[in-house]
Ligand binder design. Structure first.
Ligand code: NAD
Length: 379
């Protein structure tokens, strides 16, 4: 019986794409900090991609990055503007801190340069709307950098929900966190308002939101009651408390179109191992996604479906799937394919607009201390 249930979710074999490796894509990297290394490593695995330009606001940083990661012969620019104006790039990775995501992306799209934009999409809903408008008016491709989308387990979760096996979805709980895990890998850009704009809410919250919203088809968010705090970042014993100016914990209660409730919480630091598993509850079945200790968009164990079969209450365990290919590499490869084929963005901004609307809503509601309506203008 369990096999029959699992067979219902069997994947069709993915089509192998014929790529024209002679046609080279010229790529630039904007922002040469921590995540830029992962972009460079993944681009290097694409024989039809040439990294031609690097830009960073900090003098000498792009040059040092080039040397350290053996990027090759490239041109250097002092900001995104000069890099785009050079006309050298068909596409760019925007690897800047959150606060400059919007200006870099919009400038590139206005010049018909395709963009792979790191997560979170940006800081505010207004910025997200401006990015989506720029994408609409551009011939270029814009994809948002959510590599967990390419995790086989995440794809499975979506397949389970989309199969209808769970019936009508009415309640979702999601989020995650770390007992102690405020990110300061190479400096403090994640924890300063002027560079990050938002803290845990945007940094890892966007992954939790994408996991469940993508599974249920990204319904529109309608209202939100939000909360955020900074008890750990502002604690005098925390080494960077003097510059900490974002949230380290956030929660929200969101109503989605289709009469669905989304209960969300996220933490960079807390006195707890996990704030709970992700659960998606439906009228015919529910699915549990075990949380992880270091929430970064991966799953903490096999998905479990709770349902009834022949009047019996049954749990179906979906064995954890191995990812044969690195999800970050697929994020880069699928973006390059979309640019070369003038195809659909692998992670379209019109979906992530709703993700950003929830983040923005939680932030604004928390500041106002009351529930608010989420109003998203027409793009
Ligand atoms: N997908 C993932 O797994 C993942 C992991 C880590 C970080 N990120 C995201 O990547 C982004 C960057 O994170 P990071 O840790 O690399 O940050 P970072 O602070 O280490 O690097 C950002 C760099 O961008 C530069 N920059 C800012 N604005 C610029 C501009 N207009 N033109 C040129 N350079 C500019 C800064 O000078 C800095 O060197 C963040 O949004 C973060 O959320 C994603």
């Amino acid at each position: 019986m369990v096999d029959e249930i699992l067979d219902a979710f069997k994947e069709k074999k993915a089509e192998i794409k014929e790529r024209n490796y002679d046609q080279k894509l010229k790529v630039g990297i904007i922002g040469t900090g921590w995540i830029a290394e992962a972009h460079v490593n993944a681009y290097k695995k694409c024989p039809d991609v040439e990294i031609v330009a690097l830009a960073d606001l900090i003098p000498g940083k792009a040059e040092a990055f080039c040397e350290r990661y053996n990027v090759g012969k490239v041109a250097f620019f002092p900001s995104h503007k000069e890099l785009i104006d050079s006309g050298m790039c068909d596409a760019v990775s925007v690897c800047t801190y959150n606060a400059t995501h919007a200006e870099c992306t919009i400038y590139a799209l206005e010049h018909n340069v395709s963009v792979l934009l790191e997560k979170p999409m940006c800081v505010t809903l207004d910025e997200a709307v401006a990015i989506c408008k720029a994408e609409k008016n551009s011939d270029a491709v814009l994809s948002i950098g959510f590599q967990p989308r390419f995790d086989e387990n995440m794809k499975m979760l979506k397949k389970v929900v989309q199969s209808g096996e769970l019936g009508k979805i009415y309640y979702i709980q999601t989020g995650g966190g770390r007992r102690r895990g405020i990110p300061t890998p190479f400096g403090t850009s994640f924890i300063r308002k002027e560079t990050a704009g938002i803290g845990a809410l945007g940094d890892i919250g966007c992954y939790s939101l994408d996991m469940v919203l993508n599974s249920i088809g990204y319904p529109k968010p309608l209202t939100v009651s939000g909360y955020k705090s900074d008890f750990f970042g502002k604690a005098p014993e925390y080494e960077h408390s003097d510059v900490f100016s974002v949230d380290d914990f956030a929660a929200g209660f969101i109503r989605l179109e289709g009469d669905i409730i989304l209960d969300f919480r996220i933490a960079w630091a807390m006195n707890l191992d996990t704030p709970g598993d992700t659960i998606i509850m439906g009228t015919k079945g529910s699915v549990r996604v075990p949380s992880t200790e270091c929430w970064n968009g991966s799953i903490g164990g096999p998905l479990v479906i709770y349902h009834e079969i022949a009047g019996e209450q049954i749990e179906t365990i979906i064995p954890e799937k191995d990812n044969s290919e690195n999800c970050f590499d697929i994020k880069i490869r699928s973006f390059c394919d979309a640019v070369k084929e003038h195809g659909e963005a692998p992670v379209p901004c019109r979906e992530i607009l709703y993700n950003q609307a929830i983040i923005d809503g939680i932030s604004r509601s928390a500041e106002l201390g009351r529930e608010i309506a989420i109003e998203i203008p027409e793009i």
